[in-house]
Design a protein around this ligand. Structure first.
Ligand code: AMP
Length: 548
């Protein structure tokens, strides 16, 4: 991060096509991320680049912006339409994500830039027809590309100018090695190649030898977390019995706004707590989804996709999501695990690595993580790109030592002596009526209702999974029909709990919450700026604003 400011450059100083700049402005990206500052000029010059960057660094746009720019430039003199760019990613979901970014970046180009996702489910004849139109960009998994090459449907060798291999380190782990070699045999010479990878292990270095010619290697010295001007950390000291009450109060008083991930620790009580929290919040008309590792990977990815599309605001998750890439795991161990999961998902590597929770404003540690790396991994889910984010941790007596360890680590890592994890000044005694309601609601969720909910949800999701695969891929507008945040209805919901009567809101907070009458419900959608939204009212603001 160190020389980011010295070499600061804005998008409009990079000689990028006006239409792309307009699309970037529409996305609300105010400035390029570090990787974009470094990589875009090199790629525009036509250099081969190997870039080590983590998910969330903005790497997709870093290679797509120059690629789209070049397509637009070449189109000015081109006499015929041709496929010039091939982007390979290890999973269907990553291909889908890349296509979404292309869609966003070309939104002001009319229909000038054509692209296709070979990994998406598509009727064979439709696909064949689309390929005969020679789209400018093809995005695919290696396996899907090979099957099209074998059917003779694809690309003229001469027209291909750029090749991108995204998440390159996963390509080998997922067993795409042979497919890649076959692809390289098919395209003996490509004008420009780009490799993007989270790690530079020996597999990536051997891939580099095959694909790149005199590459520039960008090993960005990225801080493990965004600086605290972008990512704010707070904690609330709360005994275990009060955590749920505080959570409900913060949501109902709208002191937390925007997309939120709630993390629970996964020591025995994980599933119980997942459902207990969901059923608890449900009673107050606060909808949430559970990202449950008991469910097939495809459903979990579907839930994340819907979250990204804005269908849900709250996901309750555990750290198992990061099972693919836990810190400190050896690459051999990682390979065994990823291969196993790869098999489990029927040939499609639908893993969470690289699958991005987008526009997350807040991460809440309902349980404080027992390990610094876990804290960092959770916190890294927010403040993506250049957007703002908050981490709020609930810390009970038993968790204080873990808080101290993480705090020391963050201070060292951010090179500051100041408090990084600030105290969120939450006064439980000011919201006593909320606590009463919460206590009742928490008790209502029994072991039996939790078990019922768990069985019910798993059954429903599995039944849905087949429909989901075939139908919703082709009918994205009907996604609404398959929501993952539906009420489980295994406990009796008392309608009145969904409302917050004005009299229970403390006087000191009335002017900063949006609760003005008892008809206000959380469930209603509110608009918010997806990119720059400091939506968790900060402890400091909260303290300042409180009239004490
Ligand atoms: P990636 O590392 O490509 O997965 O991107 C991570 C996230 O950062 C995505 O949600 C992008 O929409 C977002 N993003 C990419 N570039 C920028 C930028 N310059 N400013 C703000 N957000 C960005």
């Amino acid at each position: 991060m160190s020389n980011y400011n010295e070499k600061f450059m804005n998008f409009h100083q990079m000689e990028i096509d006006e239409r792309i700049l307009k699309a970037i402005a529409r996305l609300g990206w105010k400035s390029p991320t570090l990787i974009q500052v470094k990589a875009i000029p090199l790629l525009l010059e036509g250099k081969d680049v190997l870039v080590r960057a983590r998910t969330g660094s903005g790497k997709t746009a870093a290679f797509l912006i120059p690629i789209i720019h070049k397509i637009l430039v070449n189109k000015q003199n081109a006499s015929e339409q041709n496929t010039s760019v091939l982007i390979l990613a290890p999973s269907k979901d990553l291909c889908h994500q890349t296509i979404k970014v292309i869609e966003n970046l070309t939104v002001k180009c009319g229909r000038l830039v054509q692209f296709i996702d070979l990994a998406s489910k598509m009727d064979k004849t439709v696909l064949k027809h689309m390929l005969t139109e020679r789209p400018d960009i093809i995005v695919s998994t290696p396996a899907k590309l090979i099957s099209q090459l074998k059917e003779g449907n694809l690309i003229s060798k001469e027209s291909l100018q750029s090749l991108v291999i995204d998440e390159a380190d996963l390509m080998f782990s997922f067993g795409f090695e042979n497919d890649l070699r076959e692809i390289f045999n098919y395209f003996p010479y490509i004008y420009q190649s780009i490799l993007a990878s989270a790690t530079l292990d020996k597999d990536v270095l051997s891939l580099k030898k095959i694909t790149l010619h005199n590459p520039v290697i960008l090993k960005l010295e990225e801080a493990e977390l965004a600086p605290n001007t972008q990512l704010s950390h707070y904690h609330i000291l709360a005994e275990e019995s009060d955590k749920a009450a505080i959570l409900y109060t913060l949501f109902k008083l709208q002191l937390i706004k925007g997309k939120t991930l709630i993390f629970v620790n996964c020591i025995d009580r994980c599933y119980r707590l997942f459902y207990r929290l969901k059923l608890f919040l449900e009673q107050f008309n606060i909808r949430s989804c559970i990202l449950n590792s008991e469910l097939p990977v495809s459903i979990r990815c579907h839930t994340v996709n819907q979250f990204n599309q804005g269908l849900y605001d709250i996901i309750i998750a555990s750290d198992e999501l990061h099972v693919i890439n836990p810190m400190g795991e050896s690459s051999a161990q990682k390979k065994v695990k990823t291969k196993k999961i790869f098999k489990e998902v029927d040939g499609e590597a639908g893993v969470s690595r690289g699958i991005d929770f987008q526009f997350v404003s807040n991460v809440i540690n309902f349980d404080f993580p027992r390990d610094v790396n876990v804290y960092i991994h959770r916190a890294g889910r927010t403040a993506r790109g250049n957007s703002l984010g908050n981490v709020l941790s609930f810390v009970d007596m038993n968790e204080r030592s873990y808080l101290d360890t993480v705090h020391e680590h963050l201070k060292n890592s951010l090179n500051t002596k100041e408090n990084v994890i600030r105290n969120y000044l939450f006064k439980m005694d000011e919201v006593e009526p909320f606590r009463y309601r919460a206590r009742d609601a928490w008790r209502t969720v029994t072991k039996f209702s939790i078990r019922e909910s768990r069985i019910k949800e798993i059954k429903t999701e599995i039944v849905n999974s087949d429909k989901l695969k075939s139908f919703f891929d082709e009918n994205p507008r009907d996604l609404q029909a398959l929501r993952h945040d539906r009420s489980l209805h295994t406990i009796k919901v008392q309608e009145h709990l969904g409302d917050v009567p004005e009299y229970i809101v403390p006087n000191s907070l009335r002017h900063i919450t949006a609760i003005t009458n008892n008809k206000q419900k959380y469930g209603k959608k509110k608009s918010y700026d997806k990119v720059n939204n400091p939506l968790l009212v900060s402890g400091i603001d909260y303290a300042k604003k409180r009239r004490v």
